[in-house]
Design a protein. Structure first.
Length: 363
């Protein structure tokens, strides 16, 4: 096999960059993974980690989309004796002689998709790489990467045409953040960065991530269907029907009613994010996890008003007082999934007992 390449040097060694089909890359390469040897009690093997099947599944699904793209090079290490460079071309023969230093999930995802012959991928060869160089390059490539904030990613989806789940969730976050009557007025860290001197306590990324779970059970699928101008199926999520029928304002109103009620009932806890979890990630996620139960119960009562949610939070406040607990961290509401789950359980148990009399008592 011979392909044209461009040769370049960097301080760590010599490289060649070219283009190959995913099928050919898979044929010439192997994935050398690092593992812990129980006998020697030490880590052994190549630089690669164990693959994530979820990432492979996601990439395989994405490969079938109309705009699938993989522009980032696959990084392969080739022993000196396995290649020959002549006049801007690299030649090699055999199978599984190259080691994948970076890109295993892309390769395995495309392989699982059955489309290995359909994708030409940029590939960078580390020429004559030693085991030390492979390990060092993997550590540098993966250790020095800065993860792109989820808030920025969700914001970029807003540029994509069509009314898809990402755009709806992002637009609701944006509207609530700029509306002076909203409980989230200037409380969301847009693009993931806190404004100096602000009272922002929740990232836009967290807000969109949790809201979108209630809009679609597969937002990437729905995004693709919208872009292809195909019908989006109704899912079992509480806001799916509103989304499909274009009633985004209903979703916005329910979220505003929900958190306005939380803010009114727990005024101190909402305003003081340094002492309480309510308006931070733990509180927000816990409430959003309980939202399906609250919405379904409210629909039975034909009521998703501010007063309905206020009745729920008043009952929560009463129960916390009975149990001598406050919405604080690390006790009794620890940061993360433990605290989120505890708040969710509180709200779900309380919601089931809410009656129309409770709501009328507020009005």
């Amino acid at each position: 096999m011979t392909i044209p390449v461009i040769i370049f040097e960097q301080p760590i060694g010599e490289f060649a960059i070219g283009v190959m089909s995913a099928k050919d890359i898979l044929e010439i390469s192997s994935i050398d993974r690092r593992a812990f040897n129980l006998k020697t009690l030490s880590a052994e093997g190549g630089p690669q980690r164990e693959p994530s099947q979820k990432r492979i599944d996601d990439i395989a699904e994405y490969a079938h989309s109309s705009d699938a793209t993989f522009p980032t090079p696959i990084l392969l290490a080739i022993p000196e004796e396995k290649y020959e460079l002549i006049d801007g071309q690299i030649s090699f023969s055999g199978k599984e002689f190259a080691s994948v230093v970076d890109g295993q999930h892309r390769l395995l995802g495309i392989k699982q998709s059955g489309l290995t012959g359909d994708f030409n991928l940029p590939v960078v060869f580390i020429l004559g790489a030693t085991e030390e160089q492979k390990a060092l390059i993997f550590a540098i490539v993966n250790g020095k990467q800065t993860k792109v904030p989820a808030s920025l990613i969700y914001s970029l989806f807003d540029v994509v045409e069509g009314q898809h789940p990402f755009k709806v969730a992002h637009e609701i976050a944006r509207l609530l953040n700029k509306n002076p009557e909203s409980p989230f007025y200037r409380r969301l860290k847009m693009l993931g960065k806190k404004t100096k001197g602000s009272n922002e306590s929740l990232s836009q990324g967290t807000f969109v991530r949790e809201l979108i779970k209630h809009i679609s059970d597969n937002p990437y699928r729905d995004l693709e269907l919208v872009r292809q101008e195909k019908e989006v199926p109704v899912s079992g999520t509480i806001f799916s029907q509103y989304f499909i029928s274009g009633q985004d304002e209903v979703i916005l109103k329910i979220i505003q009613n929900l958190f306005s009620a939380a803010k009114v009932v727990f005024k101190e806890e909402w305003e003081d994010a340094s002492s309480y979890i309510l308006s931070k990630t733990t509180g927000f996620v816990g409430i959003m996890q309980a939202l399906p139960r609250m919405v379904k119960h409210g629909e039975k009562l034909n009521d998703l008003s501010f007063q309905y949610f206020q009745a729920v939070f008043l009952k929560l406040k009463e129960q916390l007082q009975v149990n001598k607990e406050r919405l604080t961290s690390p006790t009794p509401f620890a940061s993360g999934s433990q605290g989120e789950s505890k708040l969710k359980q509180y709200l779900e148990l309380i919601t089931d007992g809410i009656t129309t009399d409770d709501i009328k008592g507020i009005i």
